[in-house]
Design a protein around this ligand. Structure first.
Ligand SMILES: Nc1c(NC[C@H](O)[C@H](O)[C@H](O)CO)[nH]c(=O)[nH]c1=O
Ligand SMILES: CC(=O)[C@@H](O)COP(=O)(O)O
Length: 139
């Protein structure tokens, strides 16, 4: 059994609740324990995962958040830099699933976050577990 950290950005709480439900259900189905840490926005997700990884308490990590395009270049910063940060952690050998939605509007987010539709939270949890299994195979 693995112990998994779900790191979730509360920027859009109602949308993130859907991602969280999907991720938790996927981990429960797979028989893994998990805990959740909350940060304000997607830009904080790589940082909190890096901090948690130093504790050595977690086998894998799931990052959940929603970034919705606004009027300015800020969308590109938040969407791109959060993904870049997670990818850097992955390349350092952490098993990280990226469940940060980067969408044009709330309707797109709902379809993807809802566990009974796109279930991107569940997908991110399964991706983290897949990387964890591969790490075991190659170590
Ligand atoms: N615009 C969105 C943000 N912005 C906030 C940043 O993520 C960050 O918390 C702030 O810049 C302080 O460092 N976050 C989201 O998760 N989604 C957005 O659409
Ligand atoms: C991530 C975003 O683009 C958004 O929340 C920021 O909106 P704006 O560009 O209108 O300030």
């Amino acid at each position: 059994m693995a112990h998994v950290l779900i790191a979730e950005a509360r920027f859009y709480a109602h949308l993130n609740d859907m991602l969280l439900a999907g991720a938790r259900a996927a981990l429960d189905r797979a028989g893994h324990s998990h805990e959740t840490v909350t940060v304000p926005g997607a830009l904080e997700l790589p940082g909190v995962i890096a901090l948690a990884a130093e504790s050595g308490r977690f086998d894998a990590f799931v990052a959940l958040g929603v970034v919705i395009r606004g009027e300015t270049y800020h969308f590109e910063i938040v969407a791109g830099e959060s993904a870049r940060g997670l990818m850097a952690l992955t390349m350092d050998g952490l098993a990280v699933g990226n469940g940060i939605l980067t969408v044009e509007n709330e309707a797109q987010a709902i379809v993807r976050a809802d566990a009974s539709q796109g279930d991107k939270g569940g997908d991110a949890a399964e991706a983290a577990l897949a990387l964890l299994a591969l790490r075991g195979r190659f170590s």
